[in-house]
Design a protein around this ligand. Structure first.
Ligand SMILES: NC(=O)c1ccc[n+]([C@@H]2O[C@H](COP(=O)([O-])OP(=O)(O)OC[C@H]3O[C@@H](n4cnc5c(N)ncnc54)[C@H](OP(=O)(O)O)[C@@H]3O)[C@@H](O)[C@H]2O)c1
Length: 435
């Protein structure tokens, strides 16, 4: 590298100074300790409240109320979008910067998942960078790994734990035996869950992330409407405890796999994984990604998936990438060559082994009625546990089926609901098959 390249300075405009934005400014202040190929300076910042304390000195940096104005400023070479949200100011800022031919770095998974195709096309048309390492799995360099380091393998499946809030909740429910609502309240108190946790617990946040990975790994057009999404709020503490007795853990697993040459399935749902599976070992707020590929086999990455430091470090790795050379297509292949389609997983086609968790009314004959409905639907039971009703008046039951279509189990459970023999709505959870 020439001296000129080594001392090149990129002038940044940082839009959004919340958890990640403030974390990034702190990291930039320590750039002498990093191994960047050039220098970074911050010309301008933008956020909503100018007076808010951010734990970092911004008095020497120009303040701009409008992030679009920041993006277009003459002394801004690179726009870092850390506002968040799939539309609104974040999208306007990113589009304005790309149209002006400026590189954009963002941590915004909602924006990339919901508008990735058009925004990638815009970046390609202007031959500029659109980088989003921080959008998926925080500190884990998975976007770059799939896009570049693993370009010599055929990816068969990408799966992972992509939401630390859900993983923390499920880990704590296992550790303490406490119900979902009280563990969620503790997570909010400790800062592991937002005051409005919907985006996380509904599975939507993980769905945004896995769709981005699906697009890069399989050359698929990101189409968020086709991702099958289920969250963690319906999981009962007894499901977790009884799964543990079968030597399984319940995890919120996000996965994408190729169904055929043109179709990629993408879904987020609670899944039972055997306790020695790599994803079962990931506890608390950590994230993990498993890549199954030919000819490597299984690769597992894990690490902090969120937080100011880990996410800012991922943004910094994208900034370092800007010194390396010309832009590549943001989604790995040019946007007009993303020919595979994301398609929803239908219940009829969803073949697997299933866990059924329920609380049965404490009356004679109810257990037989449940198993008869399953038998009538052609579902064969692999393992089951029934516990005593105790004082609750309802007996916890857990069943593991042999492989069968999900739709068959759904039909049987609908008939069970008509019999009014359960004290709650039974949970139906896929069991990860050992590969
Ligand atoms: N937090 C994480 O651990 C994490 C991890 C991975 C990815 N991400 C992603 O990183 C992005 C930022 O997340 P965050 O947690 O840092 O969010 P945050 O703490 O809520 O910060 C958002 C920032 O955007 C600013 N903002 C909101 N509306 C604005 C507008 N109209 N104009 C200018 N600024 C505006 C806010 O200003 P005020 O401060 O004045 O209110 C705030 O500084 C999101 O896309 C998120 O999904 C976050």
């Amino acid at each position: 590298m020439t001296d000129a390249a080594a001392t090149r300075t990129l002038r940044l405009g940082v839009a959004g100074l919340g958890t990640v934005g403030a974390g990034l400014l702190k990291l930039i202040a320590r750039q002498d300790e990093l191994r960047l190929p050039g220098r970074l300076s911050v010309s301008a910042v933008s956020a909503r409240s100018r007076s808010r304390e951010r734990g970092v000195d911004i008095s020497h940096i120009r303040w701009t109320d409008d992030p679009v104005e920041l993006a277009l400023a003459d002394d801004v070479d690179v726009v870092v979008e850390l506002i968040g949200g799939s539309d609104g100011p974040a999208k306007r800022t990113v589009e304005a910067a790309l149209k002006a031919g400026k590189p954009v770095i963002t941590a915004n998974k909602a924006l990339i998942a919901e508008h990735g195709l058009e925004i990638a096309a815009l970046a390609e048309a202007r031959n500029t960078h659109l980088l989003f390492e921080a959008a998926v799995a925080g500190s884990i360099p998975i976007v770059r790994a799939i896009r570049s380091s693993l370009s010599g393998v055929v990816v068969q499946r990408v799966s992972g734990i992509l939401n630390g809030t859900c993983n923390y909740i499920l880990s704590e429910m296992l550790r303490t035996g406490a119900p979902y609502e009280s563990v969620l309240a503790d997570a909010q108190r400790l800062g592991y869950a937002e005051s409005d946790p919907w985006l996380d617990v509904s599975g939507m946040d993980a769905a945004h992330k896995v769709l981005i990975l699906a697009s890069i790994a399989f050359g698929a057009q990101p189409d968020f409407s086709q991702v099958t999404v289920d969250g963690v709020s319906q999981i009962e503490a007894m499901d977790i405890a009884l799964s543990a007795k079968f030597d399984y853990r319940i995890k919120l697993v996000a996965e994408a796999f190729r169904a055929n040459a043109k179709t990629v399935r993408c879904r987020v749902a609670p899944v039972l994984v055997q306790k020695d599976h790599p994803l079962a070992q990931i506890s608390g707020p950590l994230n993990a990604v498993v890549i199954e590929s030919d000819p490597i086999g299984r690769l597992t990455f894990s690490g902090p998936g969120a937080g100011a430091g880990p996410t800012a470090a991922a943004v910094m790795s994208d900034l370092a990438r800007l010194f390396e050379g010309p832009a590549q297509p943001p989604l790995g292949r040019p946007a007009d060559q993303l020919t595979a389609q994301i398609a929803a997983v239908s219940s009829e086609a969803d073949q697997g082994a299933w866990f059924i968790g329920a609380s049965l009314a404490d009356r004679p004959g109810v257990f037989a009625a449940l198993t008869e409905e399953l038998a009538e639907a052609g579902i064969s039971i692999d393992k089951l546990i029934q516990e005593s009703a105790g004082d609750s008046g309802a007996a916890p039951v857990a069943i593991m089926t042999h492989p069968c279509p999900r739709a068959a189990v759904e039909r049987a459970l609908a008939k069970v609901a008509d019999l009014r023999i359960t004290a709650d709505a039974p949970r139906l959870i896929r069991i990860e098959q050992r590969s």
